[in-house]
Design a protein around this ligand. Sequence first.
Ligand code: SF4
Ligand code: SF4
Length: 459
Amino acid sequence: MAVAYETDLAKLGTLTGYSGPDQPDDDLLRACVHCGMCLPSCPTYRLTGQEMSSPRGRLWLMRGVADGRLDLLDPIFDEQMYQCLNCRACEAVCPSGVHYGPLVEAARSQLERHRPRPVWQRVLRRVALGGVFGDQRVFRAVVGGLRLYQRSGLAALVRRTGVLKPLKLAETERMMPPVAARFLRPGAERWTPSSPARAVRLFNGCVMGTVFADTNRAAGRVLAHNGAAVDVPVGQQCCGALHVHAGMMDEARALAKTNIAAFEAAPDGEIAVTAAGCGAALKEYGFLLKDDPAWAERARAFADRVRDVTELLADRPLAVPTQAVDRIVTYQEPCHLAHAQRITAQPRAILDAIPGLTLVEMRESSLCCGSAGIYNLIRREMAEELGDRKARHVLETPATAVVTANPGCAMQLRASLARNGSAASVVHVVEVLDEAYGGSAAWPPEGGREPGGSRPQRP
Ligand code: SF4
Ligand code: SF4
């Protein structure tokens, strides 16, 4: 069903242009030649059919503000900058090389600097993105509370009473996988093969290091199986991706500096990342800090070391997996892996190398699933429509599991599949490879229960 959005050009008024730091780069904006080749790749254009909701339409709006034809504070500009999923599918297909991601992020930053927001919204953003995601100790305490909620039986009780439905929180709860029994603490765990050929430093991440800590452990094991000595440097913080997407550039830069310093203390080796969204953000630290003379070079050097874990595994001959994994799976491409990092072949090559495993392609595997950071929490309608579309494509295949490489996609897929009556599991590429190397299976037997929790709830 198409979603209707207001795009009344007659309402466009005058005129507050860009000002201060983090303005959309004028040369990047003018690189768009309006060819329209990006339109079929854009999820919001596919759903709405409206030019304004396409990359070309949004670039036209951004340029309108730059040229003084459109008010920065116009509600249509605001709506379109935030309706965009920042999935960057448009960027990957643009023949003119329009670097769309930084443009929409800069436009949001301008809105956040200049647009009056209700006090409660300002406080909520400060608490959620600054206070919780901005401090690993607070984040871990919050996820620890969630784990207690899941394991104490309170979650089952709350579900039975149905109190979450009127609060519109039932869908949010359905997304959450069982939180790992033990968080991964930087400095506390390492994986060392008998004769290490290289050093790899694991970026832990907020959600990956807590909710999905066992996936990070699987990454450590498979990298060690491939000759890497893996550790998790201390002093890491959130990558800042959510802050960049929300236009909170100063907060993102502060987190970037902390991470750069933490990994400079472990100077040799590549930095492995298990979350596509984090990887894309970390690789762009050079761009984020380009105007800071004290940090620009350090940020570039840091970004040069960052690799998605599938990229690292595929850049050398893979240690041969010996244990058959008799499953049929399909692969959902995380946007920030496929479009922002252009990594599409490596995860498939890893899956193809696993004996017994059959990889079947679903339709539109690279179309956004609707997760997009916290988009699925704040823009439910569009996110659910994309999630349902994705679930239908999975259901068209014989796959009993969806493999992906990003925690946001994993949670969104989990909720969408359950909502659409699918019992398919959702796993990370490294978990499948870990099983093929003799590690424990990350997914339940078909029709069974997940480790540490129940299957996703259906409506
Ligand atoms: S493909 Fe590139 S140049 Fe063409 S309309 Fe889209 S952004 Fe502009
Ligand atoms: S980032 Fe994604 S949603 Fe936004 S304009 Fe580009 S393709 Fe469309």
